[in-house]
Design a binder for this molecule. Structure first.
Ligand code: PLP
Length: 368
């Protein structure tokens, strides 16, 4: 195996990635007849791996595929792949961790049987590409393509067939390449985007579409739990474009995004386009504060007990951006403002993170 090559788990054994090949007659490739799930690491530790594997096994049961491994074995092999692959990344990077199981290779000859192909693989997360979204918010558009109704294919299963979501995205991005699609259902209610759940906030109530009509995101579940813990009323209910256009705040959730604010729906600004709104920001910071263990990211930048600190001799550039990732919750995105020369203390109360720094104060921390 070339030095520094990633490994993958494939059908019972660990192999260098370059030695994993899937048949051209694999039914996942031929028909989308496969399921997957994906978590990410924070500082090399998979985030809510068990919850993702539970969801994977629900998807498998829905498609009547038996992977031949217990959930515990799937978890152990996933950890093994991460243990090998994470140290191969450049410092301070993290991984997607995916399990993919197809029904197997389509039988060609008499006597051939279908045996599932089980793959566990990782790849690096491109953080930088998304960093600016936490400042500008995401523009959402709702395409004419409706989300496939649950009686056709349940969106609660995470299968290899994302064509419905991709068609919606193609339509939206044909008109605005930077917009993200959130599909409506046949009744005109919001559902979800290609990899994210949607939340609206109105008069302090945090609402999201019902679980029957979307993939029930692990982050969606965490946000509902955290919001309830903060004493915010939470609702899982039908939400239509009236709700979207009149919302006080809105955001998307996903494993990689954590919580990312929405700036508009179909060109109608949410909260005058000012993001993140106060409840969104509170939830973003709650995810951060819930982190029991926090690690260093960029040289000398630390988060500990809810406080960021910069203790380095490096000279930061104005508006330099990077992510500080926590071990078991979200990430924060820092904007260094070299023009602001005061030495400031941490202020968790107001929801803003202000950091003691010898060289450059840090302000505005957002999940990323
Ligand atoms: C269709 C869809 N909806 C929602 C989500 C968000 O789920 P999670 O928070 O588990 O990443 C995803 C991502 O997996 C997705 O693919």
């Amino acid at each position: 195996m070339p030095v520094g090559e990633n490994i993958a788990f494939f059908n019972g054994e660990l192999r260098p990635e370059s030695q994993v090949g899937i048949s051209i007659r694999d039914r996942g490739y031929l028909y989308g007849d496969a399921v997957f799930d994906a978590t990410r690491t924070f500082g090399g530790r998979p985030f809510k791996l068990r919850e993702h594997i539970q969801r994977l096994y629900s998807s498998l049961r829905y498609l009547r595929i038996d992977p031949g491994l217990t959930p515990e074995e799937m978890e152990r092999w996933s950890l093994e792949v991460v243990r090998h692959n994470h140290p191969l990344l450049p410092p301070n990077q993290d991984l997607w961790v995916s399990q993919r199981i197809s029904r197997g290779v389509e039988p060609a000859l008499p006597g051939d049987t279908l045996r599932p192909n089980v793959l566990i693989e990782t790849h690096a997360i491109p953080f930088a590409r998304r960093a600016s979204l936490y400042q500008t918010g995401i523009r959402i558009a709702t395409p004419s393509v409706p989300r496939v109704p649950p009686r056709f294919i349940s969106p609660r299963a995470k299968t290899h067939n994302y064509l419905n979501l991709i068609l919606g995205e193609l339509e939206v991005q044909g008109a605005d390449p930077d917009a993200w699609a959130v599909l409506l259902d046949e009744q005109g209610n919001l559902t979800e985007g290609r990899g994210a759940n949607v939340f609206l906030i109105k008069d302090g109530v945090v609402a999201t579409p019902r679980g029957q009509f979307v993939l029930e995101g692990v982050t969606r579940g965490l946000v509902l739990e955290l919001a309830a813990g903060l004493g915010l009323p939470v609702q899982e209910r039908d939400l239509d474009l009236f709700d979207a256009y009149t919302a006080d705040e809105a955001f998307l959730t996903s494993t990689s995004l954590c919580i990312c604010p929405i700036s508009s729906f179909n060109g109608t600004a949410v909260n005058g386009g000012q993001v993140p709104g106060p409840v969104t920001q509170h939830l973003q910071l709650t995810i951060e504060n819930n982190a029991a263990f926090v690690r260093v990211l960029a040289d000398g930048v630390r988060v500990q007990n809810g406080q960021l600190s910069v203790g380095t001799t490096r000279q930061y550039e104005a508006s330099e951006q990077f992510c500080v990732r926590t071990a078991n919750a979200g990430s924060v995105h820092l904007v260094l403002d070299a023009l602001d020369l005061g030495l400031l203390g941490a202020d968790g109360e107001s929801g803003s993170w202000i950091v003691k720094s010898g060289l450059a104060p840090v302000r505005a921390a957002r999940p990323c």
